[in-house]
Design a protein around this ligand. Structure first.
Ligand SMILES: N[C@@H](CCC(=O)N[C@@H](CS)C(=O)NCC(=O)O)C(=O)O
Length: 244
């Protein structure tokens, strides 16, 4: 039926243009470390979602903040088709939906959200030892004061939260937070757990996680997702080439 071919070609071209028109550009702006961008980066990576990993210096952040271009004056910022969206957990949820890492079932989504919000319970005491001013706290007078605050964090404030996380993971029984596969709940918790494990929080020994094998194991489970593994290999190569 050769006379259908031009019609078919026209239809396919129009269809392709509609699809192209719907394709969004995504840019995630944050510093050159994990922090509050890491979970959304990993959601993009796992979901095969193309995004620009826009890395800025503290100096650039200061300029952007002063110019008023950052909603809430904070990063990360997720820019979709040129529109800036703040709040890392909202960004994670949005990308999670695109990536198939957020359940469609409302009750399952509630379980995932509870983990995401629970991670904020850990972010608060950790944040209070990093961004003192934001919590109305004076800067540490000296290194001894910082050490005492971090030790209180490691040995008093974090253990009850980690115990709760461990129990939730044991109750679910799959190694993942909800269900039997990775969701944004795992990516959200991966970030603070990996921060502790990497030893970058001075005076918070990574060994505090030894008492919580399921929580510690979650970091390995996320890292062993092939797309995540490949992403970290590429990141290591990028950092090595930029420092040489
Ligand atoms: N609730 C916000 C918190 C964002 C936030 O605290 N960002 C920090 C960097 S991790 C920041 O921009 N701090 C600088 C400031 O507040 O001036 C989110 O989850 O995105």
């Amino acid at each position: 039926m050769p006379h259908f071919q031009p019609l078919l070609a026209t239809f396919l071209l129009a269809h392709t243009l509609v699809i192209a028109d719907k394709m969004s550009t995504m840019k995630l702006t944050y510093f050159d470390f994990g922090g509050r961008a890491e979970y959304t980066r990993l959601a993009c990576v796992i979901g095969g979602i193309d995004f620009e990993n826009h890395l800025i210096s503290f100096e650039q952040f200061g300029q952007m903040k002063a110019s008023g271009e950052l909603p809430h004056g904070q990063v990360p910022i997720l820019e979709i088709d040129g529109v800036k969206y703040p709040q890392s957990n909202s960004q994670l949820r949005y990308v999670g939906k695109l990536a198939g890492l957020y359940p469609e079932d409302p009750l399952e989504a509630l379980r995932v959200d509870a983990y995401v919000d629970f991670a904020e319970d850990m972010a608060v005491p950790v944040g209070a030892t990093i961004s003192r001013k934001r919590f109305g706290l004076p800067d540490f007078a000296d290194e001894d004061e910082k050490k005492a605050a971090r030790e209180q964090l490691a040995f008093e404030l974090l253990p009850p939260l980690l115990q709760q996380l461990e129990k939730k993971l044991a109750d679910n029984g799959t190694g993942w937070c909800v269900g039997d596969s990775c969701t944004i709940a795992d990516l959200r918790w991966y970030q603070p757990l990996n921060t502790v494990l990497s030893g970058t929080l001075d005076y918070v020994p990574p060994s505090i996680l030894d008492a919580y094998p399921l929580a510690k194991g979650l970091v390995d489970k996320v890292k062993s997702i092939p797309a995540v593994h490949a992403w970290y290999e590429a990141e290591a190569a990028r950092k090595a080439s930029s420092s040489s």
